[in-house]
Design a protein. Structure first.
Length: 663
């Protein structure tokens, strides 16, 4: 590719919806080259451009993306303020500085509970939901704004973290073509392979490699960075919003300053903050360094030790390293923390490791730690409300263990006792989050073991206490669906959708609800919405295929069944459903092949033999059809259609006899 061609890539129509990669040495020469390409593109009136820096160490967890959003929001606010309100949750997460101007529309107790009442960290998928919500925001805005080609340059893309990578991958997969986006990613030589892993390969169409000079030695001295670090530190200590965005930059400045040891304090703070926000991948950036420093922290910064050690524990646990989390808890946490209620809390965490995360589970050990944690609590050591809260907190852990041990009644009794204790000893506005969690736990126990009416009542009580928590509505909707209360299920699913950035599970559940109502058009639309976010969701693919088939759209149904089987070929019911379509389309041999595989996978499913008998009849194989019908009646002796099947058998046997005579 020659130099002139590289200048054209950014705005050629055939580049719309595609991802371009520039491999070149980072620095001022690369920035100048990117700016030159953008300036040439901006000569065209139908083009809007952005040059974003995605360096985590400079811009934080949402580097690049937050600048992109902050640039768009003023125009959206002026022309479509309803979009800002609708997507306020994800905007406040991905661009924290916007919290000064944008009010989160539906904060849950998890969002607003005081820090000492935070008993529930955000799940990892909260951030992923927000990314999908932001794609929806851009889609809606593009429909209202003057139609232009969007050229987005992400500089230092290899220095961004996974959430930013995932956003741009989802943006291009879901809406790259519709929004006329060309995405250009600038990375260091040799860094494109790892940075591109989240993109669909077909979207990454061009890689440009330029030999550009590196910058001369940096003129910023360690003393200059020390001054910059102190100035930023002053702001971070006084403004939580600055801290959320700027902690990585502050850490980076201290690391390259006259006093690099000052970075450790802020690494601990960054881990703690990122864990609370559910940004575990960001926390993991500092996890190993903080873990290696735990002994020194214990020796010289004892007041920071508990938060440092617990942050390392939660980081490992949340990214799936349960054994590593256990090692940290056993060697660095539970043996070093002696102040209450921290020690009892540590025993709770150890119990949850044994009961939930380690394999195999060890419920006896879990109970041992919970009982020890309870025995160590002393009402005289801290205020009564803290004492009773921790009593209930540990009993809630015991309730979980009892449920896992097959004792649901005791689990419910422990949760109810916890609610009564909090009601008796705390003010009504204290620990509302934990009270809602106790009600939710009761609901989950009843949902798993019955009675379902009690489960619905407990979900409703939890919703009354925390009315903006989307999951409560989604799960109650599933119970309504299970009990055949379809209108109530539909209402709950819509409320769950209203309260949260989008997530595929609730749309799949809504599709299942419409399926039960036989509202096939609505079911197909709901499944399609789920698949827009997660194209690998086999349940949604199969559901949409069923909807297409019910509406007579056989080719569309065939495509969805086939895609579902590509993702997971061991689905006998899907094979049988596709076989029915092949049969209706006159492709009997393909139908027979699918039924053969379905029977191999599930040889006790009677209906498969009846369907295969029909295929054999069409193929002129009556003896094989007779054999399959006999198996069908043996597997299902009380079949409602037994008389018809026996009549069919008699006719087939007569046909066989006639065939033999004629031969």
């Amino acid at each position: 590719m020659n130099y002139r061609e590289t200048t054209l890539l950014a705005y050629c129509p055939e580049m719309v919806g595609h991802v371009l990669v520039l491999e070149a040495t980072p620095g001022s020469a690369r920035r100048s080259k990117l700016q030159e390409w953008l300036q040439e593109s901006e000569r065209y009136s139908d083009t809007q451009t952005w040059h974003l820096s995605c360096d985590f160490n400079d811009g934080g967890a949402w580097a690049g993306l937050q600048d992109f959003l902050q640039d768009l929001v003023p125009d959206i606010q002026r022309q479509a303020p309803h979009l800002i309100a609708k997507h306020s949750y994800e905007l406040c997460i991905a661009a924290p500085a916007l919290q000064r101007f944008v009010q989160m529309k539906y904060p849950s107790l998890t969002d607003i509970a005081p820090e000492d009442e935070q008993v529930r960290n955000y799940p990892l998928d909260r951030s992923y939901r927000s990314l999908h919500g932001l794609v929806d925001l851009l889609d809606s805005w593009y429909q209202l704004a003057p139609k232009k080609r969007w050229i987005i340059v992400c500089d230092d893309y290899d220095k961004a973290k996974k959430l930013v990578h995932r956003f741009f991958a989802e943006l291009m997969r879901r809406r790259g073509h519709q929004l006329h986006i060309t995405l250009l990613l600038a990375v260091a030589p040799g860094e494109s392979t790892e940075s591109m892993t989240l993109f669909e390969p077909s979207l990454v169409t061009h890689t440009i490699r330029l030999d550009l000079p590196a910058d001369a030695a940096q003129g910023v001295s360690a003393a200059d960075r020390t001054r910059a670090a102190r100035e930023l530190e002053y702001q971070v200590e006084r403004d939580p919003l600055v801290a959320t965005v700027s902690l990585p930059r502050l850490i980076h400045l201290w690391q390259h300053s006259t006093f690099p040891e000052n970075a450790l304090r802020w690494k601990i703070q960054a881990m703690h903050r990122f864990n609370k926000l559910g940004l575990y991948d960001m926390s993991f950036v500092y996890c190993q360094e903080v873990e290696e420093s735990l002994d020194a922290i214990y020796e010289h910064q004892r007041e920071r030790y508990q938060i440092a050690a617990i942050s390392v524990f939660f980081c490992y646990l949340s990214v799936g390293y349960a054994e590593k989390a256990y090692q940290v808890m056993k060697e660095k946490v539970i043996t070093h923390i002696t102040v209450q209620p921290g020690l009892s809390h540590c025993h709770y965490l150890m119990a949850m490791l044994y009961a939930r995360f380690l394999r195999p589970s060890n419920f006896e050990k879990a109970v041992e730690h919970l009982e020890l944690g309870l025995s160590l609590l002393d009402k005289q050591e801290f205020p009564a409300e803290r004492y009773y809260f921790f009593i209930v907190f540990l009993l809630n852990g015991l309730a979980y263990v009892r449920l896992r041990q097959g004792q649901p009644a005791e689990a419910v009794a422990l949760c109810r006792h916890g609610i009564q204790t909090l009601d008796q000893h705390l003010q009504p506005d204290q620990h509302k989050l934990h009270r809602s969690v106790l009600l939710y736990n009761i609901a989950q126990v009843y949902a798993a073991t019955g009675p379902l009416e009690e489960a619905l009542a407990a979900y409703s009580a939890a919703i009354n206490m925390d009315p903006n928590y989307s999951e409560y509505f989604n799960e109650r909707g599933c119970l309504y669906l299970k009990t055949g209360q379809l209108d109530e299920a539909e209402r709950d699913y819509f409320q769950a959708i209203e309260l949260s950035p989008p997530y595929p599970e609730v749309w799949t559940n809504l599709g299942q609800c419409y399926r039960a109502m036989e509202r096939w058009e609505d079911a197909g639309a709901a499944y399609s919405r789920a698949l827009d976010m997660d194209p690998h969701a086999t349940l949604s693919l199969v559901g949409r295929a069923d909807a297409h088939a019910s509406l007579g759209r056989l080719q569309e149904a065939l495509a969805d069944y086939s895609q579902a089987l590509t993702l997971d070929p061991r689905q006998p019911s899907v094979l049988a459903s596709r076989a029915v379509l092949y049969y209706e389309l006159g492709q009997i041999a393909l139908a027979l092949a699918d039924l053969n595989e379905a029977i191999r996978l599930s040889p006790q499913e009677a209906i498969f033999y009846q369907n295969r008998a029909t295929a054999f009849v069409s193929l002129g194989c009556p003896s094989e059809a007779v054999q399959d019908l006999r198996i069908y009646l043996r597997l299902q002796p009380d079949a409602q259609d037994r008389a018809q099947v026996e009549l069919q058998l008699a006719q087939l046997q007569a046909d066989i006899q006639t065939l033999h005579i004629s031969e």
